[in-house]
Design a protein around this ligand. Structure first.
Ligand code: FMN
Length: 185
């Protein structure tokens, strides 16, 4: 396993420094208690009106196989070694008045950030993916209409770099970031 660390101008939280969208995963199972802790970490995120719009479909065994089939072939190539796949969902409307919640995706994104960093702290890789068929996920799991599918994540312990194809090896390191000055208005 190759250990990467980001180069930043300032020293940041260790998990921010080491996290990246790793594709080299191990098939080793993940304890149920660990999965529950990740959901609990996500649940500590802030949200508009404390709506907590995030929902998680944690797929293992047969459900994982069903979800794997909805990924693009390119994602399947490396995600096939992930013991757990997660569908991140988000409730579109406020519960207190039924009106559209403009902030639901931002809040659920924040919650998945919490989950990602807690996964990193526990030595796990949480790799988000947009490369899947939303229609296939909706059909395969009868997703209720009030929930939006945000992304599918591959979760696993970091594995052997050599398990990846040359193409995936070439991309398997932290990607560069814009300079701080480019982010400021
Ligand atoms: C919403 C979202 C969708 C993504 N979709 C994919 C994907 O389908 N396949 C993939 O290999 N990586 C995917 N990624 C990972 C990004 O490509 C990666 O985070 C980005 O290139 C920055 O790399 P780094 O986080 O390793 O520095 C996705 C990330 C996010 C947040």
């Amino acid at each position: 396993m190759i250990k990467h660390k980001r180069h930043t101008r300032h020293e940041l939280m260790p998990e921010i420094m080491t996290r990246y969208a790793n594709r080299a995963l191990k098939k080793d199972p993940i304890a149920g208690e660990t999965l529950e802790a990740l959901v609990e970490a996500a649940a500590q995120a802030p949200s508009c009106f404390n709506e907590q719009p995030w929902r998680f479909l944690i797929a293992q065994g047969e459900r994982r196989d069903r979800l794997m089939a909805t990924l693009t072939p390119q994602n399947q190539e490396w995600a096939v070694r992930a013991p757990v796949l997660i569908v991140v969902l988000s409730k579109k409307d406020f519960s207190y008045n039924g009106k559209s919640n403009y902030w639901h995706m931002a809040d659920t994104g924040c919650a998945t950030g919490f989950m990602m960093l807690e996964a990193e702290r526990r030595g796990l890789t949480y790799h988000p993916m947009a490369g899947f068929s939303r229609v296939s996920v909706e059909e395969a799991f009868s997703i209720p209409e009030d929930l939006a599918i945000i992304h599918v994540a591959a979760l696993g312990y970091p594995g052997d770099f050599e398990s990846l194809s040359e193409k995936h090896q070439a991309r398997n390191h932290p990607q560069p970031r814009k300079l701080i000055d480019e982010l400021l208005l």
